[in-house]
Write a protein that binds this ligand. Sequence first.
Ligand code: SAM
Length: 243
Amino acid sequence: THFGFREVPAAEKQKLVGQVFSSVARRYDLMNDLMSLGIHRVWKRYFVATAQVKRGDRVLDLAGGTGDIALLLHERVGRDGSIVLGDINGDMLRVGRDRLTDLGRVAGLEYVQCNAEALPFPDHSFDLVTIAFGLRNVTDKDAALREMHRVLKVGGQARVLEFSEVKADWFKPLYDFHSFQVLPRLGRLFADDEDSYRYLAESIRKHPPQDELKAMMEAAGFARCGYRNLSAGIVAIHTGYKV
Ligand code: SAM
């Protein structure tokens, strides 16, 4: 087994993902800052700033968790727009809702507990669907991509922000050291939870790299698919349109 990966059956995986996020929900934001030295904020800002969001848009942020993306989107859709924050995990959703509410963000925000693989929305509901650091955790990614396509309006865009394959050779050893030595230790020190952060590093390595995810989006029905690497491919932004 490469880096100690083991194949986990789908049903068990879904349950494990649930446990991971329930156990990290409270410390989630602090851990993101520690693990990425705060850079995840820059990636998220760039992801939303380049999304061509218009005032009045209706946007679905899937796997929205503690609401970072929803907050950035909410600033851009204005009073006539709305954001639906969807997440499978009730604990993450609650932390997100409390956080946005405490920031005074109430109107134009809805929270829906849902699985990205089977969305409870009619066809042609959204101008934009985003999923940031979420697709990696979804068991049936093809189903999730098809659902994202289904709920988009014609002309609408899907955007995926996710860890990807590092393209700079010199950086790979450092990145591996960070993933497999530093992350589990940070998890133990700050969240008393080494296993969840070991899971994180492994799930990143198993996620389809840039061109494979692009092909999956095409297979799900998206047109004009493309991607852009950020930070040498530590993360990538994939886009596709419904035409
Ligand atoms: N988008 C947020 C961000 O960037 O900070 C949260 C990302 S967090 C790493 C991943 C989220 O995906 C968790 O909140 C988890 O509950 C959610 N998730 C995992 N599997 C899911 C699924 N099948 N459907 C919807 N959400 C899911």
